[in-house]
Design a protein around this ligand. Structure first.
Ligand code: CTP
Ligand code: MG
Length: 183
């Protein structure tokens, strides 16, 4: 099977709101945690202090706005090509929501495994949000198998790159410090 640059472009186009929804909380997150600091039956935090309401809703807002812009571009430019998929505002919203919920589910699993907030769970950290985005996109416009494969292969590299960049700019460290002071 030959994968062309166009296939990669379509796959990245599809998942782009999820990347934005996942990255924005690093900048705007902080404050009240999504689980309100509650403890689960096992005596450990439900989600932990790094999952905040501000992070969740800022990610959802920006991801949905990005999806809206992509819809405009789609309707005015890309519609003339055979793109194998359709893009609309609801899809951008669902992909963003799925990305954020996928990230919460991963934190829930990490806490059950005794992994402290901010400590990594390899593969889970890289793919939690894309898995959520795929699931939530299903009722609106499911991605093709090829798109899913391309996204699963490319995302860990993009994740690594953005983490390095955030580390260099001191963004991630700042967000974590803010979590510690607020919660
Ligand atoms: N963040 C947030 N609210 C969210 C998601 C993320 O405020 N709903 C912010 C937090 O500052 C978090 C950062 O984005 O530290 C990076 O998110 P992520 O890497 O998913 O979280 P971790 O710090 O690894 O925490 P956890 O162990 O719970 O996954
Ligand atoms: Mg995560």
């Amino acid at each position: 099977m030959l994968v062309t640059i166009i296939d990669v472009g379509y796959a990245l186009w599809f998942i782009f709101p999820a990347y934005c929804a996942n990255a924005v909380p690093v900048i705007f997150g902080g404050g009240r945690p999504v689980d309100f600091g509650k403890i689960f039956f096992d005596g450990k935090p439900i989600l932990g202090s790094h999952k905040t309401l501000r992070g969740f809703f800022s990610g959802l807002l920006v991801g949905t706005l990005v999806g809206f812009l992509q819809t405009l571009i789609f309707q005015h430019v890309l519609f003339q090509y055979d793109t194998q998929f359709r893009y609309n505002v609801l899809l951008g919203f669902m992909i963003s929501l799925g990305a954020l919920v996928g990230d919460l589910v991963e934190s829930f699993i990490k806490r059950r495994l005794d992994i402290l907030p901010g400590r990594s769970l390899p593969i889970g950290d890289q793919l939690d949000f894309v898995a959520g985005a795929f699931l939530f996109s299903l009722p609106v416009s499911p991605p093709s198998l090829l798109m899913i494969l391309i996204i699963l292969v490319i995302t860990p590299f993009i994740h690594l790159l953005t983490n390095l960049l955030a580390g260099l700019l001191g963004i991630k460290g700042k967000a974590e410090a803010s979590n510690e002071t607020h919660c």
